[in-house]
Design a protein around this ligand. Structure first.
Ligand SMILES: Cc1ncc(COP(=O)(O)O)c(C=O)c1O
Length: 361
């Protein structure tokens, strides 16, 4: 089966006869700083909790989320990763027709197919540098559409729209009775505050989705949450397993929400590294590098002699895993995405890219 996501270390290790420990993974957009150190020590101290069932519906964690981000506990739902909530949400809303843009995160489409929703695509165009054209989008958000997914910042392009622009879309969607989901999985990495959370007070047909696996580097534990109206949350609860979030993930959630100092320090570390990598990549004359608003860099290879699959394979052989973006709807063999990592890893990637693009030219 064609892999739809990054992070497939084991299959790459097998294919290229490498040891998985020697692979540097630039394909999954995980905070390179790693989880807050407290997570390791506190989870170790709580290992015996695996002999008990987790709290149904993650009540304690919801209370902590409400203390940190505002809103009532009843406005929250916690998921086994943000992705689980996408599937639960589409079941709860059961949209007849939906609109997503392309390219974007592929799980919206997959989830919508599970409820047989008809899907329309709004193509983000290279001629606009993949920036969302709000007026063009609005023209496609008609009365026929029941549900719209907005990924902000977008994966894989890293492009975002401002809160003011989000508001324009919400206002339009309210008029046309369209439910909007805003996936803010990478919002914590963006330098500006673009979260539409506060707009939940004005708009009912809105669900904000957050992942805790990217910024807090716990993709293996799985943890995400969503905020919506209590009636929507109640409906969503009816479509999920009561123990969907395991005890260790619930505990990790309580720990990471308190890590203000870690958040500040890692934001700075990621900002420094992304600027370094961005500037170094910009020195290659034959590729086009998009500014990394989040913690990943989107690259157009058009000026090179390589397809994205060739670049992917050349690097994979050397134990460097990048995201070949050719299987994103709306993209072709010209695009790759790389996560921002530590200086040592970034330098290794740059070295290999240099030998590929410069020596082979
Ligand atoms: C835009 C977007 N939303 C959600 C997710 C899922 O995150 P989680 O690990 O919390 O399920 C991803 C993962 O790649 C993503 O890129």
């Amino acid at each position: 089966m064609k892999q739809k996501h990054g992070g497939n270390i084991e299959s790459v290790a097998k294919k290229y006869n490498l040891h998985s420990d020697n692979i540097i993974d630039f394909s999954a957009n995980i905070n390179f700083v790693g989880p807050p150190p407290d997570v390791y020590s506190r989870l170790k101290d709580n290992l015996e909790s695996i002999t008990k069932y987790p709290e149904v519906n993650s009540g304690k964690l919801k209370k902590k989320l409400s203390e940190k981000y505002g809103f009532k506990k009843e406005n929250y739902i916690v998921g086994n990763g943000a992705v689980e909530l996408i599937y639960i949400l589409v079941k709860a809303l059961n949209p007849k027709r939906s609109l997503i843009y392309a390219p974007t995160f592929s799980e919206y489409e997959k989830a919508l197919k599970t409820v047989n929703s008809e899907i329309e695509y709004h193509y983000l165009k290279k001629e606009y540098q993949f920036d969302l054209q709000i007026e063009k989008l609005k023209a496609e958000l008609t009365d026929n559409i029941d549900l719209f997914f907005l990924c902000n910042p977008n994966n894989p392009t890293g492009k975002f729209i401002s809160k003011k622009e989000v508001k324009q879309i919400l206002k339009h969607n309210e008029k046309h009775n369209i439910f909007t989901v805003i996936d803010e999985a990478f919002v914590d990495f963006v330098e500006r505050n673009i979260s539409a959370k506060s707009l939940l007070k004005e708009y009912d047909k809105l669900f904000i989705l957050r992942s805790l696996t990217k910024f807090f580097a716990i993709p293996g534990l799985r943890l995400g949450f969503g905020i919506g109206t209590p009636s929507l949350i109640e409906k969503m609860n009816g479509f999920k397993d009561p123990w969907n979030v395991n005890v260790l993930a619930q505990k990790a959630g309580e720990i990471i929400l308190k890590q203000d100092e870690y958040i500040k320090l890692t934001k700075k570390a990621i900002y420094n590294e992304k600027l370094f990598l961005y500037k170094e990549l910009k020195k290659f004359e034959n590729i086009e590098v998009y500014y990394p608003n989040a913690n990943y860099i989107f690259i157009d290879l058009k000026g090179t002699d390589f397809t994205s699959t060739e670049v992917y394979e050349n690097l994979a052989k050397e134990g460097i895993l990048i995201r070949n973006c050719s299987n994103y709807k709306g993209l072709d063999q010209n695009y790759i995405r790389i996560a921002v990592k530590s200086r040592k890893d970034n330098n290794k990637l740059l070295e290999h890219l240099k030998s590929l693009f410069i020596i082979n030219n």
